[in-house]
Design a protein around this ligand. Sequence first.
Ligand code: NAP
Length: 366
Amino acid sequence: MKRVGFIGWRGMVGSVLMERMKAENDFSQMESYFFSTSQTGEAAPQIINAHDKLLSAMDSKELAKMDILVSCQGGDYTTEMFPLLRKEGWNGIWIDAASTLRMKDDSVIVLDPVNRDFIQESLHKGMKNFVGGNCTVSLLLIALHGLFKENLIEWVSSMTYQAASGAGAKNMIELLDQMKSVGTAFAAQPAAGALELEKQMTTLMNSSEFPTTNFGHPLALNVLPWIDSEMPSGQSKEEWKAQVEANKILQTKSIIPIDGTCVRVGALRCHSQGLTIKLKKSAHLSTVEELIRNANPWVKLVSNNKPETLKELTPGAVSGKMHVPIGRLRQMTLGEEYFNAFTIGDQLLWGAAEPLRCVLKQVLQS
Ligand code: NAP
């Protein structure tokens, strides 16, 4: 059995990956070793075929004993440890959730429902680095897979509504702390009118006592229209990733432009996106619906009506679910080639953990 090391298994992505692997009995197919940057020597999770103690994620000699390493620890960790391992001669398979290596020539961005054959081909050619895509990019590609497959898309503009947990465990907990602070202040003012309450809550969220260590700004009662660092183009790095990563995953011959504004909102889990899609030629709504609906087993077309939209097309309805719904699909008044859509997916499942789980299975079977 192959020795597989897991780093970052207790973070948001890592713990969802663990849940999915347990549910699918994946651990029976490997010998597992768990690494930590903060809890070396403590008990490892109780899992079939797993070593019982946590090993140090900073110990390259221990890491190098693995055939496969799966890291959900984050970009700083990858930047520090991955080059060191390769420099010291480790030749195993590296599977990663972080963005650090995605655009490197010797890395494949993995998204099983969309590029499984390319992943298989790359494995046969001896590629060693497999990286999950940006969460909103992966979810967009699963939702619009049918239109990309038919080469119908001229460009897409995506306006995102990204959940707090997309920024990691500490950030998600900070959103809850902010909400607790609001709830406590509200409970102390049972008789206040709406305008008075609005003034008090706005003062509270802009005060130094509001917990903002991780986000740097209030997210509860607010939206934050910037995610990740600044790029010279004026885009945020999250916005920049959409086009470069999607085209790399799709292996396009000429670039399909994808751009928009990425916004953090106070949802706990699941990223939503409002889409404007420009097709290369006019198409009937029914054709577009049919192509989207039948593209892969995970996309789910939601009829464009109020009751089904509000029941099925919200973060609350999609959280923890494997399917990727897309709805609000209609031709726009902008012209016959323009379509509007809204899609949501669990950014911790198909947006992060599931592509890693699928490529790990493919590697173990290769
Ligand atoms: P995360 O939740 O912040 O976890 C990363 C590490 O932080 C954990 O492995 C853990 O390491 C440590 N940690 C510190 N305090 C923690 C706490 N209270 N609970 C859990 N872990 C804690 O990061 P993540 O969101 O999973 O992201 C991991 C990588 O995946 C990043 O590169 C990210 O960009 C990428 N990604 C994230 C998402 C998403 O939706 N979150 C989606 C796609 C890709 P130790 O056990 O070693 O201390």
